[in-house]
Write a protein that binds this ligand. Structure first.
Ligand SMILES: [Zn+2]
Length: 275
């Protein structure tokens, strides 16, 4: 069987690890080749008051490469270079073209990205990349979309499978058993030092504001973030996995071949499910 190619298009350095780290590690172990495209420079993602945005951007790029390596993703990450926190101000047509170019360059069988149709996504960068990547995948095989790509040797390309993830998933139809990959997911996340420190600090802000008492979290040192991240990720993955009978899971709204699968129902020729 031909080696499958996976492309992950996200807004930030840690999005892939948070939302699909276990699944991506599992795919890497199955022999899939995995590339990552990160739309922003992540230059606002630190709590260090003395860091410049350019220093932060380089630190976050390095963290992204380390996280990717842990999961088995090609560490040659493609950074689109947009400003952190302002992706939604980029014209959709421009961002869609960048995503379509990435799809035509990397020729993925499978795309992972944020779900444009899921509710309650407060982050403007997630919403922006979700729409751009989803629409790019929809039309990348049509030759008259961005004909200028052909001048660069990029051919139209059809993306058969799309895995959409969301913090509040809607119509999730695929839960991946990541029980054997939960530690690698946590390990990959912990490579994102800046973001994990921010996560702990953010949880502590929420805790203080709520008036609740969780001594373990209140007393946590954000520089020693691993126990908090581990507890948070395991609790989340356990609640997702429980519904499907797994110790730990990640869930997606998966679209395969735009629904052609439905035509094969009733026969034995349903699509194989590698995960
Ligand atoms: Zn993000």
């Amino acid at each position: 069987m031909r080696v499958k190619r996976v492309l992950v298009i996200v807004a930030h350095a840690d999005d892939m690890e948070f939302m699909a780290g276990g699944t991506i590690a599992k795919m890497a172990d199955l022999g899939f080749t995995i590339r990552e495209v990160i739309a922003t420079n992540n230059e606002r993602g630190t709590l260090e008051p003395d860091w410049s945005t350019s220093f932060t951007a380089e630190a976050r790029r390095e963290e992204a490469r380390r996280g990717a390596k842990v999961l088995g993703v090609d560490p040659e990450i493609e950074f689109l270079g947009y400003e952190d926190g302002r992706l939604s101000e980029t014209p959709l047509n421009e961002l869609r073209e960048r995503c379509m170019r990435a799809i035509r360059r990397h020729k993925p069988d499978v795309l992972f990205t944020w779900d444009a149709h899921a509710p309650y996504e407060d982050h403007q960068d997630h919403r922006a990349v979700a729409w751009a990547a989803t629409e790019a995948a929809m039309f990348a095989h049509f030759p008259l979309y961005h004909q200028e790509h052909r001048d660069e040797g990029l051919e139209p390309h059809y993306v058969g499978e799309r895995y959409f993830f969301a913090k509040s998933p809607r119509d999730a139809n695929k839960t991946v058993d990541i029980s054997d990959y939960i530690e690698r997911k946590i390990e990959a996340l912990c490579e994102h030092v800046c973001q994990m420190e921010m996560t702990v600090a953010d949880l502590q802000v929420q805790l203080t504001a709520s008036g609740l008492e969780i001594p373990f979290l209140r007393e946590a040192d954000r520089k020693d973030y691993r126990p908090v991240i581990e507890a948070q990720i395991k609790a989340w993955a356990a609640s997702v996995g429980r519904k499907a009978g797994f110790a730990y899971g990640e869930e997606f709204r998966r679209v395969r071949f735009n629904g052609i699968e439905r035509w094969a129902r009733g026969s034995e020729s349903v699509l194989p499910d590698e995960l």
